[in-house]
Design a protein. Structure first.
Length: 223
């Protein structure tokens, strides 16, 4: 198949990649032609990648349905040279942050419309496995950011602020009647193709003050 040949040709030299592929449009149970297996094998060979952006999903390349209880590594964890990673609508649970911690060179992580941010103390999960510094940017329209991000343990687990967690607001129109999914995907894609995505900054989240619970403060600084 030509797709295998393409991966073979670029796997030894490709450093940067942006994909806009509807990988969730074909689920494993419906993949009777092994399209997902071919794609998974191909992407797994891209071990020289340093920058990767998945516009539409979390790089959903599972071959088996989750309920089949068959372990499959996230493909991006197979890229040891990866320094910058941007994913859409990932499930940012404890296991996800453990995988992020296992990436030896990862410096920047951009998460657009991620799930699970209100249920997981991301710094506790990350620093349980590593002490490497990392910048994390949480991207969404302002009205759909998580209302609460657990920060009660941040001061204890990350007193030196090795993990910089910033929140970035995707601009909306005056009327705000856009489809937020499409808006965020298009905004990330445009910046990735321009080469400006990794320059994005947002307002920095601070550790929760004692007795404040989980609620995020109003941003002190907008960058």
């Amino acid at each position: 198949m030509w797709i295998r040949e393409l991966f073979y040709l670029v796997c030894g030299s490709l450093r940067r990649l942006v994909i806009d592929m509807p990988l969730r449009s074909l689920y494993p149970a419906d993949d009777h032609l092994n399209v997902r297996k071919t794609l998974r094998e191909g992407f797994s060979t891209l071990t020289k990648l340093e920058e990767f952006v998945s516009v539409r999903d979390e790089l959903y390349l599972r071959v088996y349905e989750r309920e089949w209880l068959i372990e499959e590594a996230e493909v991006w964890t197979l890229w040891p040279a990866l320094r910058r990673l941007a994913l859409y609508n990932v499930d940012a649970d404890e296991q996800f942050w453990g995988r992020v911690a296992g990436m030896p060179k990862l410096e920047t992580l951009i998460l657009t419309r991620a799930d699970g941010m209100q249920e997981t103390c991301i710094k506790s999960s990350y620093f349980a496995a590593t002490q490497r510094p990392i910048d994390v940017l949480i991207v969404n329209v302002s009205t759909e950011h998580p209302r609460e991000i657990p920060r009660w343990a941040w001061q204890d687990v990350d007193p030196q602020m090795k993990m910089q967690v910033m929140v970035y607001d995707v601009p909306t129109s005056f009327y705000g009647d856009e489809d937020y999914i499409t808006l965020c995907q298009d905004w990330v894609k445009a910046a990735a193709l321009r080469g400006t995505l990794w320059d994005w900054k947002g307002y920095l989240l601070q550790p929760a003050p004692v007795g404040s619970g989980l609620t995020n403060p109003e941003p002190e600084t907008s960058l």
